[in-house]
Design a protein around this ligand. Sequence first.
Ligand SMILES: N[C@@H](CCC(=O)N[C@@H](CS)C(=O)NCC(=O)O)C(=O)O
Length: 201
Amino acid sequence: MPTLYDDLLSGNGYKVRLVLAQLGIAYRRVQLDVIKRETRTPEFLKKNPNGRIPALELDDGTVLPESNAIIFYLADGTPLLPEDRLERAQVLQWMFFEQYSHEPNIATVRFWMHLPELSELQKVLIQPKREAGYAALDVMELHLARNDWFVGGRYTIADVALYAYTHVAEEGEFTLARYDAIKRWFGRVESRPGYIPITQG
Ligand SMILES: N[C@@H](CCC(=O)N[C@@H](CS)C(=O)NCC(=O)O)C(=O)O
């Protein structure tokens, strides 16, 4: 049975929990508190030298970090990842977009809101990150105004990757008021079989 190193606060961890739940895969979950820096212990750094969760430890001891790599691995051969060559590339297209244009802005600002206080650098960076976060939401809104899902007309791990931090963006004080297509897509994601909320371990 695989072991997931995770933190219930983490949207990156939630991507993996959601896919595991929807695929009905049994697993062990180890909670590491990122605010208490429990991912930076010598013991965990041996598993993931990058000191971050999520990381999935497979039965043979291989440790796979990076949320989008983990869900790609889990979803391969299931309806959550298309077989078509172009559609697989489009899934990756949205997952790279998530990691470059979305998560470093929306997830980071949300995380900062959970800290007792911001550093001077964080105070400077928060406004540009907020603007870049809204730019990513605009791109999603444009796509979802014309499409029910991100790739191939059906629910895939591209939706999982983007849903994880978008649906909690308001915790980072992003307003979703003008994003009607995104809010309708939330409803579609939340009605998929096996859906679990971010708070569920
Ligand atoms: N690109 C990575 C990002 C992982 C990441 O930033 N994890 C955060 C929690 S969401 C973490 O472990 N932070 C603890 C630290 O940096 O010490 C992924 O998608 O998995």
